[in-house]
Design a binder for this molecule. Structure first.
Ligand SMILES: Cc1cc2nc3c(=O)[nH]c(=O)nc-3n(C[C@H](O)[C@H](O)[C@H](O)COP(=O)(O)O)c2cc1C
Length: 323
């Protein structure tokens, strides 16, 4: 099978971004069932759990979905994911070269996130089946430094026949229409799908996304496993206090070392940790790392993900309709 056949099998060119452990099998399955492309990030998931999560999506739907590994970390569950037969693997943040032979040998399709033209050329030489073009508007850790609508046409041109899927800052069907009109074969939305019923984001985090008036920051305020890598978040009390103190370095930050919340298992979350709040966490959720893309202002509700996919496509079709 060619990757083109996978693209054609989707009812809608609407993809749900891998958003760490906030997008679990419920969300991936709901999006894929609705005719979009669901996903799960497996970077930080142990192999046995990763295999189980993939099985759960499979049981819920026969439609395609993908799994992602951010290569700033070793892809410890890649073998497990391939063994259970994932159809599509995407890589971001790092060089996929050492991992490609086994992915190809397993018969899976490979998507590589790109953020500049040399990256496109390298990904194509490496045999990418498709590219993900991320713009600087994206929520979460941001690999890109260029606005999406500037970068996308150049990436599409350099990619030639290799399909390009666009990511970053999109929350509405009109946003999706713009990237499709430029030649993207799909649009990946992360933040918008965090504010759905199936996402594992904490209810207070979802509420913050709905109520935010678009104020995000690209910063290095939050860290932990991934120090000094830029990420886009909602402006919150931790960020604003840190900025008011002149953005001091690690070791000199106001309130550093304070426990501000706990996971469902009772593990402490410290101020400035890059962990996003999930269901079951307790404490000062507002002060935690609330990843968000620039499209957040357009998020006004928390619908079921399948309903959202349908709505986005209706809006997109209306925006693409002539006249
Ligand atoms: C909470 C959160 C976690 C993310 N985790 C990952 C990840 O594990 N791997 C990855 O490649 N991208 C990750 N991203 C980036 C998304 O894949 C995507 O590029 C981004 O969400 C698109 O921008 P948007 O949020 O404005 O839609 C994450 C984004 C968010 C908001």
């Amino acid at each position: 099978m060619k990757f083109q056949a996978v693209l054609e099998s989707l009812r809608y060119p609407i993809w749900q971004a891998p958003t760490a452990s906030l997008a679990g099998p419920e969300l991936a399955a709901a999006v894929s069932k609705a005719g979009g492309m669901g996903s799960m990030a497996l970077t930080w998931t142990p192999p046995d759990i990763a295999a189980e999560l993939v099985r759960q999506v499979r049981e819920a739907t026969a439609n395609p979905f993908f799994v992602n590994f951010a290569l700033a970390f070793p892809p410890v569950s890649l073998d497990a994911a391939l063994e259970v037969g994932v159809l599509i693997v995407t890589f971001s943040w790092g060089d996929p070269e050492p991992h490609l032979p086994k992915v190809k040998a397993a018969g899976a399709f490979v998507g590589i996130q790109v953020t500049n033209i040399p990256g496109v050329k390298r990904a194509i030489d490496q045999g990418a089946d498709f590219l993900i073009c991320q713009g600087v508007e994206a929520g979460g850790h941001v690999q890109s430094s260029t606005p999406l609508l500037q970068l996308l046409p150049r990436v599409i041109e350099a990619a030639g026949k290799v399909p390009v899927i666009a990511a970053g800052g999109m929350s509405s069907g009109a946003d999706i229409a713009k990237v499709l009109a430029l030649g993207a074969k799909g649009a990946i939305l992360g933040t918008r799908f965090l504010a759905t019923q199936e996402s594992r984001a904490h209810p207070e985090y979802k509420r913050q996304l709905v109520e935010a008036q678009g104020a995000t920051a690209l910063t290095v305020c939050f860290d932990g496993a991934w120090p000094y890598s830029a990420h886009r978040v909602l402006r919150n009390s931790t960020l604003e206090t840190w900025e008011a103190h002149g953005c001091p370095k690690v070791g000199n930050r106001p309130g550093e070392g304070e426990t501000i919340a706990q996971t469902a298992d009772g593990e402490a979350i410290f101020r400035y940790e890059d962990t996003a709040p999930k269901q079951g966490y307790v404490g000062d959720i507002e002060a935690m790392c609330l990843y968000s893309g620039t499209g957040v202002a357009a998020i006004t509700d928390i619908p079921p993900a399948g309903e959202l996919v349908e709505r986005l496509w209706q809006e997109c079709s209306a925006a693409l309709a002539p006249g």
